[in-house]
Ligand binder design. Structure first.
Ligand code: SAM
Length: 294
């Protein structure tokens, strides 16, 4: 086995050899601890039969661990300066494809068809650029591609919100937007010291696993997310107050909102943070005909 990329000494050598300087605006904090990488990869349960999508390979620290454990790895990197570096550092691995593209611009369905036709299981593993964590995760979930799990590093504060349960301070529309599709848990907390350069915040790795069924069928997913977001518009307000403020003509249609809440057996004095995803789903269905805007 070749020497790990992710040691402080080797990382510095690679950066110097290629004259690379970090771009903060691209969230470039590279991992320099092989133990953390082994730990991340262990949470992805990889095998020869698994295909992996990685976002932001950097100089290949995580990519090489993925290549050693999965059948195939396709990694998307936005920073063209890293392409020659990756060609060099990942030359021992023939099961890695690097694509120079902004992940937010990628047609995921087409990539999966082109790259992963022979694979039944596709997972996402990444140390995400922190400035775009949420749009990236939501892109994967909304594009409906058959991703069975995501093992992803992010800022701990965002990890807490994604994995939060009802009745907690961290629970909100982001928890619902993700847990509607995926079971979510924090897999590990990661200290700043294992990155170069060190980020200003603590990090965490979360594991998202596809739910066999969504918690409750909804008429329109976008409307569910609109209702849940609106219900947290002012966390201290009741669900009735928030919905009256955020739904179109909400004040004039107070009675319709009350009828929908009653139909779902939700006390109008409750706050958004006490509602489960199932309750939000039922409520959005009950409100749909009265409020959905085309
Ligand atoms: N995987 C490497 C590691 O763990 O050491 C690097 C992780 S670093 C936190 C994030 C990486 O994502 C950087 O290489 C950055 O250039 C890349 N990146 C930032 N925005 C991106 C985007 N929109 N699409 C693809 N890659 C992106």
């Amino acid at each position: 086995m070749t020497k790990d990329i992710a040691t402080p000494v080797r990382t510095k050598e690679i950066l110097e050899k290629h004259g690379f300087s970090f771009k903060k605006s691209l969230g470039q904090n590279f991992l320099i601890d092989p133990n953390i990488l082994r730990n991340i990869v262990s949470h992805a349960n990889l095998s020869e039969k698994t295909a992996v999508i990685e976002i932001g390979p950097g100089i290949g620290a995580l990519t090489e661990h993925l290549a050693r454990n999965a059948g195939k790895v396709v990694a998307f990197e936005i920073d063209g300066r890293l392409l020659p570096v990756l060609e060099d550092t990942l030359s021992p691995y023939d099961n890695v494809t690097i694509i120079h593209q902004d992940i937010l611009e990628v047609d995921l369905g087409a990539v999966i068809q082109e790259q992963f036709a022979d694979y039944e299981e596709i997972v996402v593993v990444a140390n995400l650029p922190y400035y775009v964590t949420t749009p990236i995760i939501l892109k994967f979930l909304h594009s409906k591609v058959p991703i069975s799990a995501m093992v992803i590093m992010m800022q701990k504060e965002v990890a807490d919100r994604i994995t939060a349960h009802p009745g907690t301070k961290a629970y909100g529309s982001l928890s619902i937007a993700i847990q509607y599709y995926m079971d979510a848990e924090v897999a590990m907390i990661v200290p700043k010291t294992v990155f170069m350069p060190q980020p200003n915040v603590e990090s965490a790795v979360i594991r998202l696993t596809r739910k066999e069924e969504v918690p409750a069928e909804v008429i329109d997913e976008d409307f569910l997310f609109e209702v849940s977001k609106g219900s947290f518009a002012q966390r201290r307000k009741t669900i009735l107050n928030n919905l009256q403020t955020v739904l179109p003509d909400g004040k004039a249609k107070k009675d319709l909102i009350l009828t929908a809440l009653e139909h779902c057996e939700i006390d109008p004095r409750r706050r958004g943070e006490s509602l489960s995803i199932e309750e939000f789903a039922k409520l959005s269905n009950a409100l749909y005909n009265d409020f959905f805007r085309q």
